[in-house]
Write a protein that binds this ligand. Structure first.
Ligand SMILES: [Zn+2]
Length: 446
């Protein structure tokens, strides 16, 4: 949700009658010029302001309002409340009681937040008359209070319809992915989504290059003439160096999964175990009695007992970040799988000769052999799993599942993906290149 709100100047309505008469002519003229619904709490559409007697008054003009109609807004301030705010809006004590009674079924007063906007619509001509009071509970949700024919106060809930628009964005990374997103007018939350889609393909912490480019189509949720939130990324391309990573969201029921254009899932699964055969002798625990140290200390991994020399597999594709010997862990290998997951393998008797720091490894590739190096009672593998830099229990954790497209859906997926793909904007890199070529051409022409 985007809930940026501008600061509103407090309203001082004591001078209302005077102000009304002063501004009536102005309203009449302005009505012709102003377009759209104004004065909603974001305030990004200008509202007329005027200073009077040194106090600021904010009024808004709505072209849909009739002649002489206007509205005033007030926010519930800190250390104030709903009733007090109504009082400041010149409602009488009797009216306030009636209004509270009417809105009670729709508003939980204990949860009513400060900065909630109250908007009073009035008519100034031919007679001063109250039209309605609206309480903006959220972007989509309002409570409208009106007066019935007999002067009774009635309240109802009004939900603004949410519409979904699909928009295109593209960018070249240059300084940072985040910067390029902001530059393109995209919310950083969407770039976060983008990096999640490709988390298994690209390590966004380390592998992003200034020449990288991206393009996406994404859903925007609109209500009341404003964008209120972002929906799903429907298709995305991230060009990392010379590699194109592509994703299309294939809706399924309430959810959806991302696949490449061939229908392969972008999520990868880890091997269930780094050993083909191994008996779990010690599980992940925050506290355990250490057999050698004879003290209680956490065990942030899983121990697999296996004969010395048993091959150890990388549980997923990744890059070797550490290959070293430590006093406690003995011969140790650490692999970074993506920007989220890492694994570590300890007490190895031997490293596999193909394993080097900085090199890529494939899922299932033998990286070393079970041993008892470091602080260890016997041959076993101590296996650690990290998520976002923290230890997690690999046995207790539910990892992303590989969701294959069923064979019978593959054809329909491919044609769906092809159609969606057409909506992507041009690659920005291509645009830049074209520009450069044109400039070059122009120079040559001169
Ligand atoms: Zn262990």
């Amino acid at each position: 949700m985007i809930t940026k709100r501008s600061n509103f100047a407090p309203l001082f309505l004591k001078e209302t009658p005077l102000i009304l008469s002063l501004f009536f002519c102005f309203i009449f003229v302005s009505c012709q010029k102003e377009k759209g619904f104004k004065g909603v709490n974001q305030g990004d559409q200008a509202t007329s302001q005027s200073k009077l007697k040194g106090k600021r008054l904010k009024r808004s003009i709505d072209s849909r309002l009739g002649l002489g109609e206007f509205f005033v807004e007030k926010k519930i301030r800190k250390n104030s409340n709903f009733a007090e705010t109504l009082e400041e809006m010149n409602f009488s004590y009797q009216d306030i009681l009636q209004i509270i009674k009417a809105v009670k079924p729709f508003i939980n007063f204990s949860k009513l937040q400060i900065n909630t906007v109250l908007q009073k619509k009035e008519r100034s001509y031919p007679l001063k008359e109250f039209l309605s009071l609206e309480i903006f509970l959220s972007w989509m949700e309002r409570v409208v209070v009106e007066k019935g024919e007999k002067g009774e106060w009635k309240a109802r809930k009004k939900n603004l319809p949410i519409t979904t628009k699909v928009t295109k964005f593209n960018g070249v990374v240059e300084a940072s992915l985040w910067n390029s997103a902001v530059k393109a007018g995209l919310d950083p939350a969407v770039i976060e989504k983008l990096s999640q889609i490709f988390a298994w393909e690209i390590d966004f912490n380390r592998e992003v290059l200034p020449v990288d480019s991206w393009r996406i189509i994404v859903e925007e949720k609109w209500a009341g003439g404003k964008r209120v939130s972002w929906g799903h990324i429907l298709a995305a391309e991230y060009k990392n160096g010379n590699t194109y990573h592509k994703a299309v969201r294939f809706p399924k029921g309430k959810g959806g999964e991302y696949y490449d254009l061939e229908g392969k899932s972008l999520k990868k699964k880890f091997l269930k175990s780094p050993l083909r055969f191994g008996r779990i002798t010690s599980r992940f625990t925050r506290r355990r009695f250490h057999p050698i140290l004879k003290i209680r200390r956490p065990h942030y991994g899983v121990d697999y007992a296996a004969p010395k020399g048993t091959p150890i597999f990388a549980v997923g594709d990744g890059r070797v970040t550490r290959k070293h010997y430590s006093k406690w862990g003995g011969k140790t290998i650490k692999i970074r799988h993506n920007s989220v997951y890492q694994t570590a393998y300890k007490h190895l008797s031997k490293f596999h000769p193909s394993v080097r720091r900085g090199r890529k490894v494939k899922q299932g590739q033998v990286i070393g052999y079970v041993g008892s190096t470091g602080l260890s009672t016997g041959p076993h593998l101590h296996f650690e799993f990290y998520q976002g830099g923290r230890y997690v229990d690999p046995l207790g954790k539910k990892f992303p599942q590989l969701k294959k497209i069923k064979k019978e859906n593959l054809i329909s997926y491919k044609s769906f993906a092809k159609e969606v793909w057409k909506f992507l904007p041009e690659r920005q890199e291509a645009v830049l290149l074209a520009k450069k070529t044109n400039e070059k051409k122009k120079k040559e022409d001169l």
